[in-house]
Each structure stands twice: as structure tokens, then as C-alpha cells.
Design a protein around this ligand. Structure first.
Ligand code: BTN
Length: 247
């Protein structure tokens, strides 16, 4: 098996689809190909969440990548690192980089509102994991959608012509991240993520095993879990239960 790689020129361009992740799972899409749609009618988020569409022309992206099972440290880490590739892409096209950050486990924020999300789905057959890497990025609001609780990258319709360049950069940055995962060379990336974390310097309240704990953000474990410094030492928060409050 070769290093996982998405080929920018191998894309499926759709006008409208329920969810690019659903389409990407089908046999129409081969390993290393990706899907984008102008409009997504039933976008999915993590767990039971939905990804509300801000309208036609925003970024709805999914890629299919196969990788050997023993090359994947944990899905949480892959999700965090794909979040990092997304944040790097946004930084590339944003005027004020410092407004954008990564909110564990998989959200990109602009100031205090969500601008992008990552949904990774995985299935395993014969020791090979097939990853469906889904990313939604809000470029601009369509009229009537402004009151949704999201942020956007741009304000004017004119800026939408950046979309193709952003998609290109996104593919490039995911490829860089997949290489790093494959060669287990992620220490520097985790430091970068910690530096660009929305939770940095914040106090966090979470429920772990039904017990309420308060702690300060310390960073991430090598598996991509959140580490909090609490009265009783370092506590690890895993992303299957990411319900937490920022104080
Ligand atoms: C989340 O915020 O929990 C993740 C949101 C992921 C949304 C993207 S949009 C493209 C792809 N298709 C989907 O149905 N979901 C992802």
C-alpha cells in the first residue's frame, strides 16, 4: 500500500447532494478521489448533529482515503490533525489570522463562532481503514441565513471566487497531514495546534464519569485527547464525550 494521497484532479463535482460524505462512501468514489457540491441539503455533523447549510456556494468537501490500520494512532488524532489542515487552509485565505482557532475536538472558530467543522467516518476491512474525510467551511451567508449561529470567512459575494483555490489548498494540506500521520511525525503539528487552540488559557468544566471537574487547558495527548490540569492532577477528556463548558 502506498502513502495515502488525494489527487486534486480526481474530483466529483455535484450541483446538489444530501451529504458529500454519503456520496463519498459509495463505490462511485475511488480511493484518493474527492467530492464537492454546490449545495448540500442534509449535511451531517458529529454524533447526531446536523451541519446547517448557509446556502449554495459554500464549501462542502469529502475525500476517500485508505490507510493501513497500524498506521493510524487513533481516529481522534486524525480528526484533530485534519482540523489543523483546515485551519491552516483558512489562515492562508484570511485577512486576520489571529481571529481563527481550533476548538477541540473538531471545530474551527472565528472569534467566538463556528466557521468550519470536520466529520471523519471510518470503516475497516482486511486491516485497511477507509476514511471519509468530510469538511464544511462557511464562505459567505446566503440571504436569509444570516441569523444562523455561524461565522463566515468573507462578507461579499465577490470573494466566493476564492473557493477553488481554497479547495486546492485544502487537498494539499490534508495530503501533508496524511504524510505526517503515516510517518508518525506529528509532534510539531500538535505544538502548532496547541498554540492555535481556542481553549488556550481557558478554564473548562466537564463531566467525567458523572463527576463535575474544573480544569485548565494544558494541551493534547499523543492520541489527540484533551488534557486538563485539575486539583487532582492531569485529567484526560476523550472526544466521545466532548460535552464541556468554558468558564
Ligand atoms: C461537525 O461540525 O460536527 C462536523 C460538520 C461537518 C460538515 C461537513 S460538510 C461536508 C461533509 N458532508 C457532511 O454531511 N458533513 C461534512
Amino acid at each position: 500500500m502506498t502513502i495515502p494521497y488525494i489527487e486534486y484532479t480526481n474530483s466529483h463535482r455535484l450541483q446538489e447532494v444530501d451529504s458529500t460524505n454519503n456520496y463519498c462512501k459509495s463505490t462511485k468514489v475511488k480511493n484518493g478521489e474527492w467530492v464537492t457540491a454546490e449545495q448540500q441539503s442534509n449535511g451531517r455533523g458529529r454524533g447526531l448533529n446536523k451541519w446547517d447549510s448557509l446556502g449554495r456556494g459554500n464549501i462542502f468537501f469529502s475525500a476517500k482515503v485508505q490507510i493501513e490500520l497500524d498506521k493510524i494512532p487513533s481516529l481522534s488524532l486524525v480528526s484533530l490533525l485534519v482540523g489543523s489542515a483546515t485551519l491552516r487552509t483558512i489562515h492562508n485565505y484570511a485577512e486576520n489570522r489571529e481571529e481563527f482557532s481550533l476548538k477541540w475536538p473538531n471545530d474551527i472558530y472565528r472569534m467566538n463562532k463556528k466557521i468550519a467543522g470536520v466529520l471523519i467516518e471510518a470503516s475497516t476491512k482486511n486491516e485497511i481503514v477507509e476514511l471519509i474525510i468530510g469538511i464544511g467551511i462557511n464562505l459567505i451567508f446566503d440571504s436569509g441565513k444570516e441569523n444562523l449561529n455561524y461565522a463566515t470567512l468573507y462578507e461579499t459575494e465577490f470573494d466566493r471566487n476564492q473557493k477553488e483555490k481554497i479547495l486546492h489548498k485544502l487537498v494539499e494540506n490534508i495530503n501533508i497531514i496524511m504524510q505526517k500521520i503515516y510517518s508518525r511525525n506529528i509532534t510539531e503539528e500538535l505544538t502548532w495546534i496547541e498554540y492555535n487552540s481556542y481553549l488556550k488559557d481557558k478554564m473548562i468544566q466537564a463531566r467525567v464519569n458523572k463527576i463535575l471537574i474544573n480544569g485548565k487547558f494544558v494541551g493534547y495527548s499523543p492520541d489527540g485527547f484533551l488534557l486538563l490540569y485539575t486539583e487532582s492532577g492531569i485529567v484526560t477528556l476523550i472526544d466521545t464525550d466532548p460535552d464541556f463548558k468554558i468558564n
